[in-house]
Design a protein around this ligand. Structure first.
Ligand SMILES: [Zn+2]
Length: 336
C-alpha cells in the first residue's frame, strides 16, 4: 500500500490508550509487572460510543493511578510497534499523576523517565511528551498543575499540554490563565475540541485557548466560517478516524471530513488517539484513509510534512526527512 512508503508522524496518542491484550501479554512474558490481566482488556466496539470508552477505562482502572515505572514497559513495547510501522516522530499524552507531587521530585523522576525512553529510541524514533489536563480538573488543582508544567518546561521534560474530556460540561475557558502562562513558557497548547461537542467549542479553543492544534475537530466541518478560518490561519487538526467512528463523532468513514480537508489543502495529521482501546494502529488508520479516500503518496507526504511542522518540540534529535522514496522498515536510512 502507498502509505507504507512514507514515514509517519503521530501527534495524538494517549499512553494509557495503548493498553491492549497483546501488548500486556508481551510485557508479562518478558517478566515485567502488569496491573491488569490481558484477557480482561477487550477494546471498545463500534457503536459503543462514549459509554463504551468509559467502560474500557474501568477495565484498565489500575493504570489510571499507576506510576511511571509501571508505564515504562508499556511505553517501550508501544515504541517498538511505532518503529515497525515507520513512525519517526511521536508526541504522547501522559498524566502528571504518574509522577511525584513535589516539584523537585517530579523533575528528577521525569529526567529518569526521559532517559529510559531516549535509550529506546535507538536513533530511529523521537518521542516527546505532553501533560494531559482533564477538562474536569477542579479549580484548586489548576495552579498546582501550572507550576508542575513550568518546572518541566524549563528542564525540557514536556513540550506542551493537552486538554481533553467532555466539552459541553467543562468549557476550555476555565483554563484561560493556564494557557497564557504556559504559552509564555514556550509550551504548545493542544485542545480536544469538536469531537463530541460542536463548532463553538473549536471557536472557544482558538479564541480563549489560543490552541496551536485542535484534537479531532470533526465538528468544524458543520460551519463554513470555521473551516475558512482553520484554512486561513493554517490551524493543525489531529484527525483520529477510528476513534471518531467508535466514539460517534463521525457516522461512518465515508462521512469523515478528512477527505474534504485534503481537498481543501488543510493542515492535519492522522493519528490513533488510543490504539489499544480502539483496536487500531498507525498502519490501519493510514490504510483506512488510503482505501476510503484514495490518498496517494503526495497526500501522505503532505500529511507527514504538516504533522512534523506542527510538532511542539522544536529540537529534533535526529535528522528527520520526509524523502521522496521511503521504504517502511528502513527508517534508519533516513535518520542520521
Ligand atoms: Zn485524545
Amino acid at each position: 500500500m502507498v502509505h507504507e512508503t512514507v514515514p509517519k508522524v503521530e501527534l495524538h496518542c494517549h499512553l494509557i490508550g495503548t493498553l491492549n491484550a497483546p501488548l500486556l501479554r508481551e510485557i508479562d512474558l518478558a517478566g515485567e509487572r502488569i496491573l491488569v490481566r490481558p484477557e480482561n482488556v477487550q477494546p471498545v466496539g463500534f457503536g459503543e460510543g462514549p459509554q463504551g470508552f468509559a467502560d474500557w477505562l474501568v477495565r484498565v482502572e489500575p493504570y489510571k493511578s499507576a506510576g511511571w515505572r509501571d508505564y515504562l514497559p508499556v511505553l517501550e513495547a508501544h515504541m517498538e510497534r511505532l518503529v515497525q510501522q515507520g513512525v519517526v516522530y511521536a508526541e504522547m499524552m501522559i498524566s502528571p499523576m504518574m509522577f511525584a507531587r513535589d516539584t523537585g521530585a517530579l523533575v528528577e523522576e521525569f529526567a529518569e523517565f526521559q532517559e529510559r525512553v531516549r535509550s529506546r529510541e535507538r536513533g530511529v524514533l523521537q518521542v516527546e511528551f505532553l501533560f494531559l489536563v482533564p477538562r474536569s480538573l477542579p479549580d484548586e488543582f489548576i495552579d498546582k498543575d501550572i507550576a508542575r508544567c513550568i518546572a518541566l518546561a524549563k528542564t525540557g521534560g514536556i513540550c506542551g499540554i493537552s486538554i481533553a474530556g467532555l466539552e459541553r460540561d467543562c468549557p476550555a475557558s476555565r483554563f484561560e490563565r493556564m494557557f497564557g502562562v504556559l504559552k509564555d513558557h514556550g509550551l504548545g497548547i493542544e485542545i480536544h475540541a469538536g469531537e463530541l461537542g460542536g463548532p463553538e467549542e473549536i471557536f472557544e479553543a482558538l479564541d480563549v485557548g489560543r490552541a496551536d492544534r485542535i484534537g479531532h475537530g470533526v465538528a468544524a466541518f458543520r460551519d463554513e466560517r470555521l473551516v475558512e478560518r482553520l484554512c486561513t490561519e493554517n490551524v493543525h487538526i489531529e484527525f483520529c478516524p477510528t476513534s471518531n467512528l467508535k466514539m460517534g463523532a463521525a457516522r461512518d468513514i465515508a462521512s469523515h471530513p478528512i477527505g474534504l480537508a485534503r481537498d481543501l489543502n488543510m493542515n492535519f495529521s492522522i493519528n490513533t488517539d488510543d490504539p489499544g482501546s480502539f483496536d487500531c494502529t498507525m498502519n490501519s488508520e493510514f490504510a483506512l484513509i488510503e482505501s476510503e479516500f484514495g490518498f496517494g503518496k503526495v497526500d501522505f507526504q503532505a500529511v507527514a510534512r504538516n504533522s512534523l511542522a506542527a510538532r511542539f518540540q522544536r529540537n529534533l534529535r535526529y535528522d528527520i526527512q520526509i524523502p521522496e522514496n521511503f521504504q517502511a522498515g528502513a527508517v534508519e536510512a533516513i535518520l542520521v
